[in-house]
Design a protein around this ligand. Structure first.
Ligand SMILES: Cc1cc2nc3c(=O)[nH]c(=O)nc-3n(C[C@H](O)[C@H](O)[C@H](O)COP(=O)(O)O)c2cc1C
Length: 217
């Protein structure tokens, strides 16, 4: 698949079939993650591919109540908005994922070791952004590889609300952080398709902040 087609159709697929993923396909997806860049090429992250039914169930049991809390406030927020129907459909897909997370053939959990990262914004008086930059490119590589392989997936983070319990379930060491949970499986329906995003005209400035990219300056 051409890279631009993969990027522009990589949408969140939350309805996944339980059918197994062939080992060679999964290995290609995992390899794609390992090709991602990291600060100082340290690769200070690991993936755990959770396939054990009992462990997947425990992860799903931790995720589900956090999704329920999140979606309740989300639905309040979008009530009456012009795109309410669209957002309600996203909410339903999220409900489906929360109910069926344990059925995904693979739940990939990304972990990171902050002690091996040069977090160059750690001293600033704001939330650090840089540390995640040594992990999320791997997550995106994995997701693009899934797209190429016809696998559905979605980046999720709500498990972080229950991080210590998640770490207990999977035996993740104290000093490691959890970064994302990506359930992977073949889509129930069509799965991937065109995505809706603002484009460069709205997302890019030319030379200085707020100068429109296409201003011809
Ligand atoms: C940092 C991050 C955290 C996310 N956390 C969750 C999550 O916990 N649960 C979920 O269902 N989707 C989660 N998502 C998926 C987003 O909701 C989704 O990518 C976004 O709505 C765009 O959807 P689309 O790709 O289908 O257009 C997360 C995405 C990102 C980038």
């Amino acid at each position: 698949m051409e890279i631009y087609e993969a990027m522009s159709t990589l949408r969140a697929v939350r309805r996944l079939r339980p059918d197994p993923i062939p080992v060679d396909v999964l290995e290609r997806v995992l390899q794609a993650g390992c090709w991602a860049p990291t600060g100082g090429n340290q690769q200070p992250w690991r993936m755990i591919a959770v396939t054990d039914p009992d462990l997947k169930r425990q992860l799903a049991d931790l995720y589900k109540p956090e999704w329920a809390k999140y979606v309740a406030t989300f639905l309040d927020r979008i009530a009456g908005s012009p795109e309410e129907d669209k957002w309600r459909r996203v909410g339903s897909a999220g409900d489906y994922l929360a109910d069926h997370l344990h059925e995904a053939p693979v739940i990939l959990i990304f972990c990171a070791d902050p002690s091996r990262m040069a977090i160059t914004d750690a001293h600033l008086d704001r939330v650090s952004m840089v540390g995640g930059g040594s992990v999320y490119p791997a997550v995106q590589n994995v997701m693009l590889a899934c797209r190429t392989e016809g696998l559905g997936c979605v980046l999720t983070t709500l498990h972080c609300k229950r991080e210590s319990e998640v770490k207990d379930v999977l035996g993740i060491p104290d000093l490691w952080a959890t970064v994302a949970i990506v359930p992977i499986g073949y889509p129930v329906g069509k799965g991937h398709g065109p995505i809706s995003r603002r484009g460069p005209d709205q997302m890019t400035y030319l030379n200085r902040w707020k100068v429109p990219w296409n201003s011809g300056e």
